[in-house]
Design a protein around this ligand. Structure first.
Ligand SMILES: Nc1ncnc2c1ncn2[C@@H]1O[C@H](COP(=O)(O)OP(=O)(O)OP(=O)(O)O)[C@@H](O)[C@H]1O
Ligand SMILES: O=P(O)(O)OC[C@H]1O[C@H](OP(=O)(O)OP(=O)(O)O)[C@H](O)[C@@H]1O
Ligand SMILES: [Mg+2]
Length: 324
């Protein structure tokens, strides 16, 4: 027997609640045989998988080291902590929560500084007039270095900050900052503004796979089960099932339904009675209803489904394309 699949899930902080909801929605229930304070769990109905509860930052470390196969964490932490992230991990899908931008912010009082190019001028000026380098307070050291280099700014130095970064300019430990922002409240409260072209990364929580982990047959099988449940729930949530008896179903109507309206006919064309089942993108439901009604369907029923399981899904395809 090879090693089981390890799924790393945030144990605290901003991503924890949303992550728990995300897995529960997909029918992946974590059972903690040793009680809620134990940092390990099993997934009900998924053999050969174990869940470890870690901080968002530690999840990145374990994915990079290959001690976790799958994990949920922020893209900002992935890009900051792993030098060549795309060769070490695969971002399987963004999850729609944990949104935050990593930005370059300067004092609002710097009215002449709007762009990264302006910042380069400030750096040169500081160097010539005062003989010292511009200081940037941040905990995103690698993201900052790469972004400043891409903008041709070299005359600066990083002051590492481990919290309350936005306070650095006012307290005089740095001229500007690179930090994460969601609502902008903290920047505003510290009289800072984002440089126009200073958004380094638009981050959100992602489902991430480790490419370096050992993917034995048990781990692969567990991943297939987990990803198929996630994909099945996602497809169900974003689509509606329509059913109607269609007196005349022809190729032209099929093209309209599948091509123009982006629907799927999950069980093929109409059955022997003329009953057609359609899965429509939620946003196109009423357009499909109108089309069916115009073609003599009466009534047309619309329902939500809980899950749509398929042999293949985009998440598994992505993963197995990477791990072989
Ligand atoms: N407003 C926000 N501030 C900070 N992080 C955020 C915010 N919104 C989303 N995130 C994301 O949450 C992740 C960090 O989560 P969290 O702050 O819970 O980590 P942590 O390990 O608890 O670290 P710490 O307790 O040191 O902040 C990052 O990927 C980050 O992008
Ligand atoms: O744009 P906003 O909505 O104001 O959010 C951004 C702030 O939230 C985070 O701090 P957190 O509360 O996690 O404290 P930390 O500095 O200890 O991480 C982040 O570091 C920013 O300071
Ligand atoms: Mg935090």
């Amino acid at each position: 027997m090879t090693a089981p699949l390890v799924l790393a899930v945030p144990s605290k902080g901003r991503l924890q609640e949303n992550t728990a909801r995300f897995f529960a929605q997909a029918g992946l229930d974590f059972v903690q045989p040793r009680g809620a304070r134990n940092y390990r769990a099993l997934i009900s109905g998924v053999p050969n998988a174990e869940v470890v509860f870690l901080s968002a930052a530690e999840i990145v470390t374990q994915l990079a080291a290959g001690t976790a196969h799958l994990g949920v964490t922020g893209e900002d932490l992935i890009r900051e902590e792993i030098a060549d992230a795309d060769s070490v991990v695969e971002l399987l899908t963004p999850l729609g929560f944990g949104q935050a931008n990593v930005v370059v912010a300067v004092p609002q009082a710097w009215i002449d500084v709007r762009s990264m190019a302006d910042l380069d001028d400030v750096a040169a000026d500081l160097r010539h007039r005062h003989g010292r380098r511009l200081r940037v307070a941040t905990k995103y050291i690698n993201l900052t270095r790469r972004f400043f280099a891409a903008h041709g700014i070299a005359d600066y130095r990083i002051v590492e900050s481990f919290g309350a970064t936005e306070g650095a300019p006012a307290s005089g430990t740095a001229e500007l900052i690179v930090d994460i922002t969601t609502t902008g409240t903290t920047l505003a409260a510290n009289a800072l503004k984002i440089v126009d072209d200073g958004v380094i990364l638009r981050s959100e929580a992602n489902l991430v796979a480790s490419v370096t982990a050992e993917w034995g047959p048990e781990a692969q099988a567990a991943a297939r089960t987990i990803l198929s449940r996630i994909a099945a729930e996602e497809e169900a949530r974003t689509s509606r099932q329509l059913r109607a008896l269609l007196p005349d179903f022809d190729e032209a109507l099929r093209v309209e339904i599948e091509g123009r309206l982006g629907c799927r006919l999950p069980f093929g064309g109409p059955d022997e009675r003329g009953l057609l089942t359609i899965h429509a993108p939620a946003k196109n439901v009423f357009a499909v209803v109108d089309l069916l009604s115009a073609n003599g369907a009466d009534p047309v029923t619309v329902q939500r489904v809980d899950a749509v399981f398929r042999a293949a899904n985009a998440l598994s395809d992505r993963l197995f394309a990477r791990i072989g």
